[in-house]
Design a protein around this ligand. Structure first.
Ligand SMILES: [Zn+2]
Ligand SMILES: [Zn+2]
Length: 193
């Protein structure tokens, strides 16, 4: 059976973990298992940018996929980047086992507003569904309320729901790992923001 592993990297955010434990099984129809927190990959910090390289988080998570977990999602409070983008809300291996979500920019406080943890948790769920969707082979969707649509700012993220559109729901169902069929090897799992 496919199992989604949820792993805090660094200090866990309990409210977010609880929201994902509740929301991810609804979105994917798979059980979620909470894993022990991992220490942050300290080499991922770029002192010049003050941000953390998300590829290093994916590498760390790849080394930590426990037997029985088909997918592992890391959660970090750090602000993540990939070299070509100023930031990413998260990153995933397309058809690969790991994904990461950053909570740094999901917090209202980041946008100069009073902190609201339930807003952070709602946003984190949408972003988690998006990144895990990539790990099951889903690509970006043109339906702006589908979680697989690309968000490059918080307004776009807030406009989305955590529920797959009809097309993405069908594609997800047909994903070999959802059908528990042996997967044809993917040459090199690309990474997607
Ligand atoms: Zn969609
Ligand atoms: Zn994406």
């Amino acid at each position: 059976m496919s199992v989604l592993g949820l792993v805090p990297v660094g200090l866990p955010d309990e409210e977010v973990v609880a929201a994902l434990e509740h929301g991810l099984p609804e979105a994917f129809g798979l059980p979620v298992t909470r894993l022990d927190p991992l220490p942050e990959p300290l080499g991922a910090l770029d002192p010049g940018r003050g941000q953390w390289a998300s590829a290093e988080f994916l590498r760390l998570l790849l080394r930590s996929v426990p037997p029985g977990s088909k997918r592992v999602l890391g959660l970090t409070r750090r602000d993540l980047f990939v070299p070509v983008l100023s930031f990413v809300y998260g990153q995933a291996q397309l058809n690969g086992p790991v994904a990461v979500v950053s909570l740094a920019r999901l917090d209202q406080a980041f946008h100069g507003l009073p902190p609201d943890h339930s807003v952070t948790a709602t946003r984190a769920l949408k972003e988690a569904v998006h990144e895990l969707g990539h790990t099951f082979g889903l690509v970006h969707c043109t339906d702006l309320i589908c979680p697989m649509s690309l968000s490059i700012d918080i307004r776009q993220l807030d406009a989305k729901t955590a529920r797959f559109c009809a097309t993405c729901a069908i594609l997800l169902k047909e994903s070999p790992d959802m059908r528990n069929e042996p997967r044809t090897p993917v040459p090199a799992a690309g990474v997607r923001p």
